[in-house]
Write a protein that binds this ligand. Structure first.
Ligand SMILES: Nc1ncnc2c1ncn2[C@@H]1O[C@H](COP(=O)(O)OP(=O)(O)OP(=O)(O)O)[C@@H](O)[C@H]1O
Ligand code: SF4
Ligand SMILES: [Mg+2]
Length: 327
């Protein structure tokens, strides 16, 4: 059994008369010690799916309308509050995009990390452990940082502190939701590099969420590509990056700036990103699809096996991009 198994997850937002389905039948697994990358444009349901893993969505407006989530053997959607408290922290921890909004501005960072230790791992609650955590996330002279307040630190350092807080509980799964999007490219690379080393050293599982297919594919063992509340492609990261099958993944792939090209910004995919409640009929990607076929607006394509370990939600994808004969 995988550490995390999400099956046919459905999440609605809004009240009964005006609820819209934002996550519609999402399924994926994360094995112990594995890094899974989740990628897709804004609003496709990445964060909602990720927050559901520890039932962290505010409810209302969120409602778990169907499907199941099993994490470390627990049936998350039916756990009582006590079980949920044990799950949050000790089994799954989160790092979000905006460290400034997660850190307490009037509490020294050493104390904030100790609070996390006290809550989840009281046997390790000491300044020495905080220093060791700050060292692991790449903060230089960590003993001198314990008494700093968040505003003394740069954005990159604040994000390292957030990662240290998330690691304090020694989670089995770390969910990093756009952890470096707000930072400049050099700092992003340093932090992701550190995250990857920590993940490998501790054999922790990592679910890394991003808009950026290249970043996700470089970090992850497997990727899950989302579009309009659904998974449209999954597979080993190297294969998906080398030869994306789904037309949407191909568009994401084509939007990656190439070295040596004069393209300075990510090329946007033409057309509107559909919002929950306004998803197109048939294949949800059909209004933007470069190879749209006459029946695509009528027929809902299922997610099917394309080759071992790879799934795709488009019956025309393989004709467009036949699997590579060399393994
Ligand atoms: N608290 C909420 N209340 C109402 N609707 C919500 C709420 N959270 C999410 N949604 C809806 O669910 C959809 C998916 O949101 P989600 O945050 O999962 O997107 P995302 O893929 O993480 O996007 P981004 O890349 O911008 O972070 C959104 O379009 C939004 O309409
Ligand atoms: S089902 Fe049709 S519209 Fe959808 S991705 Fe495939 S070809 Fe494009
Ligand atoms: Mg999000």
């Amino acid at each position: 059994m995988a550490l995390l198994e999400i099956q046919d997850l459905q999440i609605d937002f809004g009240n009964d008369s005006s609820a819209v389905r934002a996550v519609d039948g999402v399924s994926f697994d994360v094995e112990a010690g594995e890094t899974v990358g989740m990628v897709g444009e804004s609003g496709c349901g990445k964060s909602a799916s990720a927050l559901a893993i520890a039932r962290l969505l505010p409810s209302p407006p969120a409602r778990y309308a169907g499907g199941s989530i099993h994490l470390a053997g627990c049936d998350v959607l039916s756990l009582p509050p006590r079980g949920l408290r044990r799950l949050r922290g000790r089994i799954v921890s989160y790092v979000f995009q905006e460290p400034a909004s997660c850190l307490n501005p009037v509490m020294r960072i050493g104390r904030q990390i100790r609070e996390s230790l006290r809550l989840h791992r009281p046997e390790a609650d000491s300044d020495a452990e905080v220093v060791s955590l700050l060292h692991r996330v790449g903060i230089a002279s960590p003993e001198r940082r314990l008494r700093d307040y968040p505003h003394h630190l740069s954005g990159g350092m604040q994000q390292r502190v957030m990662i240290a807080m998330a690691l304090a509980s020694e989670p089995q799964l770390l969910v990093a939701d756009e952890p470096t999007t707000a930072l400049d490219v050099t700092i992003q690379a340093q932090i992701l590099d550190r995250l990857r080393s920590i993940q490998r050293e501790s054999a922790m599982s990592l679910l890394l969420i991003s808009h950026n297919l290249l970043l996700v594919a470089q970090m992850a063992d497997r990727v899950v590509v989302m579009y309009a509340g659904q998974v449209v492609e999954t597979g080993p990261a190297r294969h998906v990056l080398r030869q994306p099958f789904h037309p949407y993944t191909r568009c994401l792939h084509d939007s990656i700036p190439r070295l040596g090209s004069d393209q300075s910004r990510l090329r946007a995919i033409p057309g509107q990103v559909p919002q929950p409640g306004h998803f197109p009929s048939g294949c949800r990607f059909h209004p933007r699809c470069p190879i749209v076929q006459p029946d695509c607006s009528r027929t809902v394509p299922p997610l099917v096996d394309a080759e071992p370990g790879r799934q795709v939600r488009c019956p025309y994808a393989l004709a467009l991009s036949p699997p590579d004969p060399s393994p």
